[in-house]
Design a protein around this ligand. Structure first.
Ligand SMILES: NC(=O)c1ccc[n+]([C@@H]2O[C@H](COP(=O)([O-])OP(=O)(O)OC[C@H]3O[C@@H](n4cnc5c(N)ncnc54)[C@H](OP(=O)(O)O)[C@@H]3O)[C@@H](O)[C@H]2O)c1
Length: 395
């Protein structure tokens, strides 16, 4: 077999919108745009609260529109930008459906990503999806919508990008398992008995990745891996029993696919989100970059171990929510968003995060249809309960 050789003709730059350009994934997407100015044209960017950074980004990239999080905030900011300014959730939709977009990078955190992702999918643009919460809330409905509108969803999460790459050229019937790797977060070696005294600072100190605060806490509880299992279920259309999680502390193997003949494929690289972000933009091409590569002359070990579900009950809760299906993952997600927010504000202990989620799951008794409206309703019901419940302290 020969590696394909091709001489590329110059193509016009792709028109890209970044929802959440001021966050960790958003700013790294702009780094990719700086690296490839001839290939990427940034035409829409959005912020939540960080208007100062949005202004700097707009001055550098001259987008055709911007949006900010605070509803009603656009009017007072229009003289800060030389393009139309939108706001709130409608502003995210305007940016996600801006003229002739090739790619919408959804780099928002939380279920706020759902509405603009639905809007972007309906335009048939490619979605470079970092916002896993959207697929947790309504992955079944989003995938159905994407196939109706011919929209392509390319994952940005490093694990799902790895699986996507391992699956290229393979047939679904030959896949026996997806294996998501997890670093194990900052508490892999900490004794379960001392989990009660974990501080915010300790939980925020991820050993391998620098990320936004919500995903950093989700990584410490391993709810992040649970959300990724649900994300994988919808991205790759495989049942939960074909998705496994393994701890791999070095974060070099980004995930694996096992096939029915006993062979496995893995995708490897240093922990750097710019690689999967760029892949989601460049696919089916690969663009030459100056990203760090692995030095194979260095002695290194790659370790793997099973996750300890007593330490990480969130992972078990997420698998259970996925098995129950319907609106249950949306309830899990909303409860977790509030629990993490309460932990970050000092209103909950670390171990109470998962307990609160468990409590909310048991308290929501409404029934929900399989529609976007009902997923949003489930999200709202769960958020309300999660905000009102007292902080759980013991089981
Ligand atoms: N960071 C990583 O390395 C990484 C890796 C894999 C997957 N992911 C996933 O990627 C997503 C983004 O993560 P992140 O770490 O980049 O998060 P982040 O740093 O917290 O950034 C989130 C972005 O969303 C914006 N935002 C938040 N709430 C908003 C609202 N209500 N309305 C409008 N905009 C809002 C923020 O704006 P302001 O900052 O201006 O308020 C920011 O631009 C998450 O789903 C995460 O799980 C992240």
């Amino acid at each position: 077999m020969r590696v394909e050789k091709r001489i590329d003709k110059p193509t016009p730059p792709i028109r890209v919108a970044i929802l959440g350009s001021t966050g960790s994934i958003g700013t790294q997407t702009l780094d990719i745009a700086r690296m490839h100015p001839e290939r990427i044209d940034i035409v829409a960017i959005t912020a939540g609260a960080n208007v100062g950074l949005l202004e700097e980004q707009a001055a550098e990239f001259s987008p055709e529109c911007v949006s900010i999080g605070a509803k009603g905030g656009a009017a007072s900011l229009s003289n800060h930008f030389s393009c139309p300014v939108f706001d709130g959730s409608d502003g995210l939709v305007r940016a996600a459906t801006w003229l002739n977009l090739d790619v919408v990078v959804v780099a928002l955190v939380g279920a706020v990503g759902l509405k603009p992702t639905i809007a972007a999918v309906k335009t048939g643009s490619r979605i470079a999806l970092a916002n896993k919460e959207t697929l947790v809330v309504a992955g079944d409905l989003i995938q159905e919508l994407a196939s109706q509108h011919g929209a392509e969803i390319i994952p940005v999460d490093s694990e799902h990008s790895a699986i996507y790459q391992c699956l290229l050229g393979e047939r679904e019937e030959f896949v026996s398992r997806l294996i998501l790797t997890a670093s194990g977060g900052p508490f892999r070696k900490r004794s379960l008995e001392s989990f009660g005294s974990i501080t915010r600072e300790e939980a925020m100190a991820h050993p391998n990745w620098e990320m936004g605060s919500k995903i950093t806490i989700d990584s410490a509880t391993m709810m992040n891996k649970g959300l990724e299992v649900i994300e994988a279920r919808w991205l790759f259309d495989l049942p939960p029993e074909k998705i496994d999680v393994v701890i791999h502390p070095q974060s070099i193997v980004h995930s694996m696919v096992e096939f029915v003949d006993g062979s496995s494929k893995a995708q490897l690289g240093p922990p750097d989100m710019k690689v999967p972000i760029q892949f989601a933009l460049s696919y089916p091409e690969r663009w030459k970059s100056d990203h760090e590569v692995l030095d194979w002359s260095e002695t290194r070990s790659l370790d793997f171990e099973a996750p300890d579900l007593r330490k990480y009950p969130s992972l078990g809760l997420a698998f259970e929510a996925l098995r129950q299906g319907g609106a249950v993952p949306a309830i899990l997600n909303a409860a977790n968003e509030i629990a993490v927010d309460r932990f970050l504000k000092g209103d909950l202990e670390f171990i109470a995060i998962t307990r609160l989620v468990e409590e909310v799951l048991s308290q929501v008794t409404d029934s929900f249809e399989d529609s976007f409206e009902d997923r949003v309703r489930a999200d709202q019901v769960a958020r309300k309960i999660a905000k009102e419940l007292g902080a759980p302290t013991s089981h």
